[in-house]
Design a protein around this ligand. Structure first.
Ligand code: ADP
Length: 267
């Protein structure tokens, strides 16, 4: 049997396929486009490629020997796949599987940020979420990177060159956008601006984390965890060290695949 987690987020779609020993057989990350069905198809194609088989073969495996759990914003929109689990439960399961002593997960995705508190045995105790405003999410970083004509993956290395991080005073993405443009025009150095942008996300998410309460050990999940400048900013604001796992963006999909495994073991 295979166990499949499919995380259809606002910004990216992720699939992880596990075997019966919970080893990863294949995985993918694709940009969300034209709705969850199209995103799912693209993710299936890329996952199949990672496994050296065709998309048709992989879909047949899903049907004949697979258990599939969907999560993320688009999880209810996939005809034929009815096993759904919330992304909070999936991030909790994925993170606590990979990092059993984690008690607080800081999840920053494309359009929201969540702080998830876990019990000693890795179950979700409570969570707080910011989804009303793009500031403090990946969207803020995506908008700023595009103004600066950079890829989001270049932000942290650029911020590392900063000697005097700029202060971004606007908390609203729209105002921050014009603030960044005018600071750039007035000669503020790009690394200083980028450091200020990353710090602004860290400061906002740290305020959310303080509301939820932070217990160590702390880890990050979601795509923004890949941004080392945001991670370090959060560490400084919260005065904790934050564990980093390069599979951070897949935590939700890994958790969904683990739920699929659990459902199959109970059946
Ligand atoms: P969602 O699940 O909400 O769709 P993700 O958890 O996939 O979102 O996170 C997407 C965000 O991650 C993007 O908006 C982007 O800012 C950030 N991101 C993605 N890849 C990288 C990278 N290589 N380096 C830094 N940030 C990244």
């Amino acid at each position: 049997m295979i166990f499949v987690g499919c995380d259809l987020g606002s910004t990216t779609g992720k699939i992880v396929v596990l075997d019966e020993n919970l080893s990863v057989l294949g995985s993918s990350i694709v940009r969300s486009s034209h709705g969850p069905i199209k995103t799912f198809e693209k993710a299936v194609e890329k996952t199949a490629e990672s496994m050296g088989i065709s998309a048709e073969e992989l879909l047949t495996k899903f049907k004949n020997e697979g258990r599939v759990v969907t999560t993320g914003y688009g999880r209810s929109n996939l005809p034929g796949y009815t096993d759904e689990v919330s992304e909070i439960s999936c991030h909790a399961k994925g993170a606590s599987h990979l990092c059993p002593s984690v008690r607080t997960i800081i999840d920053i995705g494309g359009q929201d940020a969540k702080i998830i508190s876990l019990t000693e045995d890795g179950r979700m105790a409570n969570f707080v979420m910011n989804d009303k405003c793009a500031a403090g999410t990946g969207r803020f970083l995506d908008v700023m990177a595009s103004i600066l004509r950079m890829d989001v993956s270049e932000l942290a290395p650029c911020a590392a060159q900063s000697t005097q991080p700029a202060s971004i005073s606007s908390t609203c993405t729209v105002f921050a956008e014009s603030e960044v443009i005018s600071q750039l025009a007035s000669g503020v150095k790009r690394p200083d601006l980028v450091a200020g942008i990353c710090q602004s996300v860290a400061t906002r998410v740290a305020a959310l984390a303080r509301r939820a309460g932070v217990r160590e050990m702390v880890c990050m999940s979601g795509g923004v965890a890949k941004n080392g400048a945001v991670r370090r900013g959060l560490e400084e604001c919260l005065n904790v060290s934050i564990a980093y796992d390069p599979r951070c963006q897949h935590f939700g999909a890994i958790g969904a695949a683990l739920w699929a495994y659990r459902q199959a073991s109970k059946a």
